[in-house]
Ligand binder design. Structure first.
Ligand SMILES: [Zn+2]
Length: 254
């Protein structure tokens, strides 16, 4: 945290984020922007991957005015009732007049601050194009020669061993990646010419698809691959408006 103490109106932040992240370009499964309205003036932002109870309590402890996340609430098809864990989370936000701002696909996709951009940067991957639905997947190259070497870079950069499907000695040419639960984009990555595909999660059928097509799959962790976008976005807001920002990592093994 810095000790600057500027304040900015939450609506100014929301407007700025809507245009910076081009939110209307996406078909998403949740509302992007302000999901819970808190106090009008914001001087401290806490960011995190998911608006879990632990993150909210950490934000309250730090006297935050706004919680900025990648995984917010109100997902399509979700039970609409405000009961149980959902009630406790929303009650915490309302009781402390905390704003909740959430950005899902627009934050995956942003060319600089997005999860894919930030992951590619950390892994030393070049940015050479997009693939798949809504152009969410990224394509590029690595300076390493084999899948095993790429897996070692992932382990070092993310502090977590990836699950590798494929031969570590396999050569790496075009690399495709999409953070989070993007296992279903594997077939599109293959169609785009990938030799290796990196995502957060992997599913039983995608293991077979990877084996049968000879494309290596590195499952690098949903949380681990999506830690960096929201952090970059929070830092951007701190710079732009002179407000405080702190990223809080609530560990998640998946
Ligand atoms: Zn995600």
């Amino acid at each position: 945290m810095t000790d600057k103490a500027h304040t900015v109106h939450r609506d100014t932040l929301e407007k700025h984020l809507a245009s910076t992240l081009d939110i209307n370009r996406f078909r998403d499964y949740c509302p992007n922007g302000m999901q819970i309205e808190g106090r009008a003036q914001v001087s401290t932002i806490v960011s995190g991957v998911t608006a879990s109870q632990a993150l909210l309590e950490a934000a309250v402890e730090r006297g935050a005015d706004l919680v900025l996340v990648h995984h917010g609430y109100f997902w399509r098809g979700e039970d609409a009732r405000i009961v149980g864990t959902r009630q406790r989370r929303i009650k915490t936000l309302l009781a402390h007049e905390l704003n909740l701002f959430a950005y899902h696909l627009p934050l995956d996709a942003h060319p600089v601050m997005g999860n894919n951009a930030q992951l590619g940067k950390r892994l030393g991957l070049s940015d050479e194009g997009r693939f798949g639905e809504q152009e969410l997947g990224w394509l590029g190259h690595s300076s390493v020669r084999t899948v095993g070497e790429l897996a070692a870079i992932v382990a070092q950069a993310l502090g977590r061993e990836p699950l590798v499907v494929g031969d570590p000695a396999q050569p790496v040419s075009t690399v495709a990646w999409c953070t989070g639960a993007a296992q279903n984009a594997l077939s599109e990555a293959i169609a785009a010419g990938a030799s290796v595909y990196l995502s957060g999660e992997i599913s039983e059928p995608t293991v077979h698809l990877a084996r049968e097509t000879g494309v290596a799959y590195l499952a690098c962790g949903h949380h681990a691959t999506e830690r960096y976008g929201v952090q970059a976005l929070g830092e951007h807001l701190a710079q732009e408006f002179g407000i405080r920002h702190e990223f809080i990592d609530i560990d998640n093994p998946v």
